[in-house]
Ligand binder design. Structure first.
Ligand code: SF4
Length: 103
């Protein structure tokens, strides 16, 4: 239901290739936040699955028959994680230092 109601793909056929949709974002968030999962899925979510195209209208949350808070508990936290990794100066510094040590 969330996939069908999301206007990003419902109203724009051309977005279907670039936008995975709420069902897949909740799965990506579930994996990214799991303490035993080692893969970093933030870059994929943003660059491969079009996370940035979601404009947080919460239509997917409104129609969920299981009352899963898709937007609040998956999409927004994933967006925050993407932004933290990409623009947080401390994260950038840590990555840069780590990269230098590896060289
Ligand atoms: S919150 Fe995002 S994923 Fe959910 S319906 Fe709106 S645009 Fe689509």
């Amino acid at each position: 239901m969330c996939q069908d109601t999301c206007h990003v793909i419902r109203d724009h056929e051309e977005n279907k290739e670039a936008f995975a949709g709420p069902r897949f974002f909740i799965r990506l968030a579930e994996l990214d936040m799991h303490p035993l999962d080692q893969l970093d899925r933030k870059r994929d979510a943003q660059e491969e699955h079009g996370l940035g195209m979601c404009n947080i209208t919460k239509c997917c949350t409104a129609v969920c028959p299981e009352h899963i808070k898709i937007t609040d508990n998956a999409i927004i936290p994933m967006k925050e994680r993407v932004v933290d990794e990409k623009y947080d100066p401390l994260v950038w510094l840590g990555r840069t230092i780590g990269r230098r040590k590896a060289d």
